[in-house]
Write a protein of this length. Structure first.
Ligand code: ZN
Length: 250
């Protein structure tokens, strides 16, 4: 299912992969509230791994943040395809499934696989077959995926690792995911990294902002109280590895 939203935002934020990490999500929301963005988009995996799935859904729902479905959201509510997860992820998803309140089960089930708004496409994993959750990791993945959307910029999450791929003609380049000067001659696939479980050896939460008045796309890294998220995981009886990895950013 694709939702086509009217209008094209010019100053907005995109984030992904909160994974039930409430201290990270609250830090992010506080930061973006102080910047008065015009819009905000969430690329899914609101739940799974972390100890606060219901509270994270509460935040997203109460702020009416447009959100696409992630593979953990899907599995947490449908309990299908659990066998594709490793043991730790499987334990966490079953724990999440047992705790999600009916209202948030309905919310997660209602999420579209893709949102198009103005010059932008938003998906969890890849614009090519979004419900199949393909990773976009290599140049050939990127090439295939540029043919799967026709907007200027496509935002993805899923790998928990920030990156940018630019396409100019048939030429692909991968600038550092820091600050990008946007160019209307180019097209982009942007992985916005992860709020709740970064996997690039940096534990700070990650998100992206776009400002078309300045033609800028920026990656932001923000420290949050990791120990609070770790304590919640341990108190919930979730696997210890899930607490440890937050401290390592992996
Ligand atoms: Zn994820």
């Amino acid at each position: 299912m694709t939702i086509d939203m009217p209008g094209s935002p010019s100053r907005f934020v995109v984030f992904s992969d909160v994974h039930g990490n409430l201290p990270a999500l609250d830090t992010l929301l506080k930061e973006i509230d102080s910047c008065d963005y015009e819009a905000c988009f969430c690329l899914g995996d609101v739940v799974g791994y972390g100890a606060n799935p219901n509270q994270c859904c509460d935040r997203i729902v109460s702020r009416k943040i447009p959100t696409v479905m992630g593979n953990h959201d899907y599995v947490a509510v449908m309990l299908e395809d659990v066998e594709y997860f490793n043991e730790v992820a499987r334990t966490a998803i079953k724990w999440t499934h047992e705790r999600l309140v009916p209202e948030h089960v309905d919310f997660l089930k209602s999420l579209p696989h893709r949102i198009d708004r103005g010059d932008f496409t938003f998906v969890h994993a890849s614009p090519f077959e979004p419900p199949r959750w393909h990773y976009v990791l290599t140049r050939s993945d990127a090439r295939l995926n540029f043919d799967a959307f026709d907007k200027w910029i496509c935002f993805v999450g899923h790998s928990h690792q920030a990156f940018v791929v630019e396409l100019l003609g048939r030429e692909l380049t991968c600038p550092d995911p820091e600050e990008i000067e946007l160019d209307r001659e180019k097209r982009y696939i942007v992985n916005v990294g992860s709020v709740g479980q970064p996997r690039d050896h940096n534990p700070d939460l990650c998100y992206v902002s776009v400002d078309l008045a300045e033609n800028r796309l920026r990656f932001h890294r923000v420290a949050y109280p990791v120990h609070e998220a770790q304590r919640a995981i341990i108190q919930a009886g979730l696997p210890m590895e899930l607490a440890d990895r937050l401290g390592l950013g992996w």
